[in-house]
Design a binder for this molecule. Structure first.
Ligand SMILES: [Zn+2]
Length: 511
C-alpha cells in the first residue's frame, strides 16, 4: 500500500522549499476495494492541495491549536514505528477518511505537528497519523559523519536492522581501535504520566531535559559525537582509531543488532581493542561503572499431571508439582536476597536474582488441568558455576515428581569480567583520567543485560559507563530526564577519556 501514491508534493509557504508529502496512504475506515481506496486517496490529496494554502513566511505553526491533543507512541511488535496521532474533532458522523503523513529525510513526524497540519486535519474531522519510518536515526548519524569528516559505514545485520559505524582514523592503523557503542532504540512511553512531551526534549526552567532516552542513552551517543567534534576542531590526532557504533535494538535484547554484528566480518575489520558502552545514572556524587553483567536465563517450567473434575481429590496434579518447583525457586530467591541484605559490600549484580513472571494453565473453575507452567526470569551472577546451577534447576524439577520439565527461552552462557585493576591497561587509562578529574568511581556488575555482553563474549574488554552522577535513576521510567549541567559535564569527561584511551601504547595482545 505505501508507495501507491508517491511523488506528491505539498507547497508549504511561498519561498520555503517544498516538503515532500508522499508516499501517502489514504484509506477508508470501511475499506471496500483497492480502487475505491485509491480514488479516495487522490480526492483527499486534491482537497488538501486546494484546501491548505501555504502559511505566511516564517510562520511554521500557524494552525497549531492548543485544543487539539497530539498523541504519540510506538506501534507494538518487533519493529516498532514511532507515530503522532490526532483524532477527529467534532465528528459529524458518516464515513471519514484517515490520513497517514510521511515525510522527507530532513524532517520528522514532529514537523507535521509544528506546522499545524495534524491539528488542522483534526479540526476538519479527520483522523491523521504522522509516521517516522525506520531509518531516521541512521540518516541523522550519516549527516553527523559528513559534518565532522568521519567515515560512515552502514551494516544491515538483519532485514531492516542497521548498525551505523562512524570512524575517526588513528595515526597508527596497526593498533586495535577504541569502540564507543550506543543504542538508538528506546522503550515505550505512557505519555499521560509525563510532565512534558517525551519526544520534545523539553528543558524546564531548572535545566532538566525531559525526554525518553535522556538517560538511556541518547545522551551518551551525543556526548561521544560532541567530544569527537571538540577534539577534531582543536586539531588532535591519536594513535588508535575511534569507532562509534550505533545499534538498533538493545532494548529488546540486541538479537537483531549487536549479537549479529559481532559475528560479522565488518566487526572483525574494526579490530576493536577496548569498548565503552552504556552504564546507569548514579544519584550520588559518584559514577557507576560496570565491568561485567549477570546472565539472563529465562526458564519455563512445565508440569503435567492427572486431570479431572474440580470437586474431587485428584492425586498427582500438575498444580501440586508446579507448586513444589515454585517453592524451591522462591526459597532460593529468599536466600540470595538475604545474602545481599546482610553484606553491605555486595551490590545487586553480585548475587543471582529470580522472579516468577508468568503462570499459565487451566480452562475452567471445575476442570483440573493436565498441564500448568511457570516462567522465571533468572539473572545469574558471573561467579556462579553455570553447569552446577543448571543441574540444581533440573533437580528441583525432578524432586517435584514425574512429568515436570524445564526449557530455556534465553540462556546466556558467556559471562565475562573486564578486570578493574592496573593489570588491565584500559582500566588503568580510564581510571587515571577519572582520578585526574576528581571523579569517584563505583565499579559494579550490571544487574541487567546490555549489548556489552556480546562485545565481551568475543574477547573485547568493555566498560559500561554513562557519565551521569547526581541524577536519579529514571531510565525506562516516566519523566526520564537529565540536567543540562550533567549532560555537558559528560562531554568534558569524554573529551578527556578519548585521548587517553586512544593513546594507550601498543600492548602485547595487540600484535
Ligand atoms: Zn540502554
Amino acid at each position: 500500500m505505501v508507495g501507491a501514491l508517491c511523488g506528491c508534493w505539498f507547497r508549504l509557504g511561498g519561498a520555503r522549499p517544498l516538503i515532500p508529502f508522499g508516499p501517502t496512504v489514504v484509506q477508508t475506515s470501511m475499506s471496500r476495494s483497492q480502487v475505491a481506496l485509491l480514488g479516495l486517496g487522490l480526492l483527499l490529496i486534491f482537497l488538501l492541495y486546494v484546501g491548505l494554502p501555504g502559511p505566511p513566511e516564517q510562520n511554521s505553526w500557524l494552525w497549531g491549536d492548543p485544543n487539539v491533543t497530539v498523541l504519540a507512541g510506538l506501534t507494538p511488535g518487533n519493529s516498532p514505528i514511532f507515530y503522532r496521532e490526532v483524532l477527529p474533532q467534532g465528528s459529524s458522523g458518516g464515513t471519514r477518511v484517515e490520513v497517514v503523513l510521511l515525510h522527507g529525510k530532513a524532517f520528522n513526524s514532529h514537523t507535521w505537528e509544528q506546522l499545524g497540519t495534524l491539528q488542522l486535519l483534526s479540526q476538519r474531522g479527520y483522523r491523521a497519523v504522522a509516521l517516522d519510518l525506520p531509518g531516521a536515526a541512521v540518516a541523522f548519524f550519516e549527516e553527523r559523519a559528513r559534518q565532522l569528516g568521519l567515515g560512515c559505514q552502514k551494516v544491515e545485520v538483519a532485514p531492516g536492522y542497521v548498525v551505523t559505524v562512524l570512524t575517526w582514523p588513528g595515526t597508527n592503523p596497526a593498533l586495535p581501535s577504541i569502540l564507543l557503542n550506543s543504542h538508538t532504540d528506546v522503550v515505550p512511553v505512557f505519555k499521560e504520566h509525563w510532565s512534558h512531551d517525551p519526544f520534545e526534549a523539553f528543558k524546564d526552567s531548572e535545566g532538566y531535559i525531559y525526554a525518553r532516552g535522556a538517560q538511556d542513552m541518547k545522551c551518551v551517543s551525543i556526548q561521544y559525537l560532541e567530544a569527537v567534534r571538540r577534539l577534531k576542531v582543536e586539531g588532535h590526532r591519536f594513535p588508535r582509531t575511534i569507532h562509534m557504533t550505533f545499534v538498533p535494538d538493545e532494548e529488546v535484547g540486541g538479537h537483531q543488532g549487536m549479537e549479529l554484528f559481532v559475528q560479522r566480518p565488518e566487526f572483525q575489520a574494526l579490530r576493536a581493542g577496548f569498548a565503552l558502552d552504556e552504564g546507569i545514572a548514579n544519584p550520588t556524587d559518584a559514577f557507576t561503572v560496570f565491568y561485567s553483567e549477570r546472565s539472563p536465563w529465562w526458564v519455563r517450567v512445565t508440569s503435567t499431571g492427572r486431570p479431572g473434575h474440580g470437586s474431587l481429590f485428584i492425586e498427582d496434579t500438575a498444580a501440586e508439582k508446579l507448586h513444589k518447583v515454585v517453592s524451591s525457586i522462591l526459597a532460593f530467591r529468599e536466600k540470595e536476597w538475604q545474602r545481599l541484605q546482610s553484606n553491605p559490600h555486595l551490590k545487586e549484580g553480585a548475587v543471582t536474582s529470580v522472579n516468577l513472571t508468568k503462570l499459565e494453565g487451566g480452562v475452567a473453575y471445575n476442570v483440573v488441568p493436565a498441564t500448568m507452567s511457570a516462567s522465571f526470569d533468572f539473572r545469574v551472577a558471573p561467579d556462579v558455576d553455570f553447569k552446577a546451577f543448571e543441574e540444581q534447576l533440573q533437580s528441583w524439577c525432578q524432586a517435584a515428581g514425574e512429568g515436570v520439565t524445564l526449557e530455556f527461552a534465553q540462556k546466556w552462557m558467556h559471562p565475562q569480567v573486564t578486570p578493574t585493576d592496573d593489570s588491565n591497561p584500559w582500566w588503568a587509562a580510564f581510571s587515571r583520567v577519572c582520578k585526574d578529574m576528581n571523579l569517584s568511581l563505583e565499579p559494579e556488575i550490571m544487574p541487567a543485560a546490555t549489548d556489552s555482553r556480546f562485545i565481551r563474549a568475543v574477547g573485547v574488554p568493555a566498560l559500561g559507563f554513562s557519565p551521569l552522577n547526581r541524577t536519579p535513576v529514571l531510565l525506562h521510567d516516566h519523566d526520564e530526564r537529565l540536567h543540562e549541567a550533567v549532560f555537558l559535564r559528560g562531554v568534558d569527561i569524554y573529551t578527556r577519556l578519548l585521548p587517553a584511551l586512544a593513546s594507550v601504547p601498543a600492548l602485547p595482545s595487540d600484535s
